[in-house]
Design a protein around this ligand. Structure first.
Ligand code: LLP
Length: 428
């Protein structure tokens, strides 16, 4: 199975940048800037590719909400047949509001509170990915109080060295806070299988994000398969799912995106041999290439021999460049003949507030529109109100139509939770 060309849904037509059949300029006029603009067909394309790639084995695709949890995006992926992967009570709430059936939701994360675990059990979700023996015991006692048996999967840290582009997004190496170390997993799983109010239904891993190589998945899956075999040798027969997490990378610059055909070839036979149903938790792969951040140029200036483009979006709208040193292509929405080397910076009062450094870019002028590319994953989801900035609007494009799926924040939203006349309580 070939991977084919990964379309992005964004293209130039006579020098003007479009999202599907809609000129980005038209959207900027309608909704203003900054705004996130998503291509529905790109998300559909990625989902279908992944679904086809996994077709040789029974599988479930659980979209990871943390990549982008806006209702409009959730409804789209749910409509494609995806389940949800949540990491907090807030995400569980969002998933249910977006119409995911409880049996299509899994709940992971290294620090779930008892309240969050209780909410998950009360909702009746498919399974909880547990990350420590203490958590499994908490789940057991919460399930006992409710007179139920809780479906639990164990997140194993397979301790694999990885090629993630940034330390912060590696999760499956030795000494990371995530999961249960590989050499302890069997004992923890056996202990879990003994608990009366827990049913051990799965084994899970998530080794990192923006991975471009497939071999670590194979290596990790083999380690999990050996734990599964050992559990069966000990008479455990309740396992139903093998969850290989998310992490498949996308192209931001010149990376070679992961070869899905190679995933099928290398990893699926390991899954098949376990006889378990495969769960995948993709985030970035489904939505990463599916959006641009539209911003306006406010000013051009020079300082210390540097050329600056000051935009109306920065680290508050897109944190990835300043937080991870991440690269995002930037294009002028109207093609321009002249180019310049510039820093593209935002309005926030921090020197680390930039979208690109020393970048060759079209020689844009105040009023021009910029498209910051491939921002569908961990873009809007990581936006903040720092400097009391309003979070941007989100727009979904489908063919020749577009709709605002998240309104731009308003000043009153900023102060909604602040109490004008606080009620004082005596501290003694
Ligand atoms: N499953 C688990 C348990 C995870 O922790 C994550 C992401 C995923 C699935 C989805 O991974 P993906 O398919 O999206 O790579 N904010 C960072 C990325 C953090 C990823 C955290 N975990 C960034 O902007 O690059």
């Amino acid at each position: 199975m070939g991977q084919g060309v990964l379309t992005t849904g964004f293209a130039r037509v006579q020098g003007e940048l479009y999202c599907e059949d809609v000129p980005l300029e038209r959207i900027a006029r309608h909704v203003g800037t900054p705004a996130y603009v998503y291509s529905a067909s790109t998300i559909r394309d990625r989902y279908e590719r992944m679904d086809q790639m996994l077709a040789p084995v029974p599988h479930r695709i659980h979209y990871t909400l943390k990549a982008n949890s806006s209702a409009g995006i959730l409804e789209l992926v749910r409509g494609l047949g995806a389940g949800a992967d949540v990491v907090s009570g807030g995400e569980l709430h969002r998933a249910r509001r977006a119409g995911f059936a409880p049996q299509d939701i899994i709940f992971g994360g290294v620090g779930k509170t008892r309240n969050e675990l209780a909410e998950a059990l009360d909702a009746g979700i498919l399974l909880i990915n547990a990350e420590s023996e203490a958590e499994i015991r908490d789940i057991d006692s919460l399930a006992r109080e409710r007179g139920i048996v809780a479906p639990v999967s164990i997140r194993v840290n397979p301790e694999i060295t990885l090629d993630s582009p940034h330390e912060y997004i590696k999760t499956g190496g030795r000494g990371h806070k995530f999961g249960i170390p590989h050499d302890e997993a069997l004992n923890v799983a056996l202990a879990a299988a003994e608990l009366p109010n827990v049913e051990l239904v799965g084994i899970d891993m998530h080794i990192g994000s923006q991975l471009t190589r497939i071999d670590p998945y194979r290596e990790g899956a083999e380690r999990l398969a050996s734990t599964i075999a050992a559990l069966r040798d000990h008479g455990v027969s309740s396992l139903r799912y093998l969850d290989l997490g998310g992490g498949l990378g996308v192209r931001y610059d010149s990376e070679q995106p992961p070869d899905l055909a190679r995933f099928a070839e290398l990893v699926l036979p390991v899954v098949q041999a376990t006889g378990l149903e495969l769960i995948m938790e993709p985030g970035r792969f489904l939505v990463g290439n599916a959006a641009v951040l539209l911003a306006s140029v406010l000013y051009r200036k020079r300082s210390g021999g540097k050329n600056y483009v000051v935009a109306d979006a920065g680290m508050t709208e897109l944190l990835r460049p300043s937080h991870y040193g991440a690269f995002h292509r930037i294009q002028s929405v109207q093609q321009q003949p002249q180019h310049a080397i510039v820093d593209v910076v935002g309005p926030v009062c921090e020197s680390g507030d930039f979208l690109a450094l020393d970048r060759e870019l079209e020689d844009v002028q105040p009023g021009d529109l910029l498209a910051v590319c491939d921002v569908g994953a961990y873009g809007y989801a990581m936006a903040s109100n720092y400097n009391s900035r309003l979070r941007p609007a989100e727009v979904l494009v489908d063919g020749d139509q577009f709709a605002v799926i998240t309104a731009r924040e308003q000043y009153d939203d900023l102060m909604r939770l602040e109490i004008a006349e606080p009620e004082w309580t005596r501290g003694l």
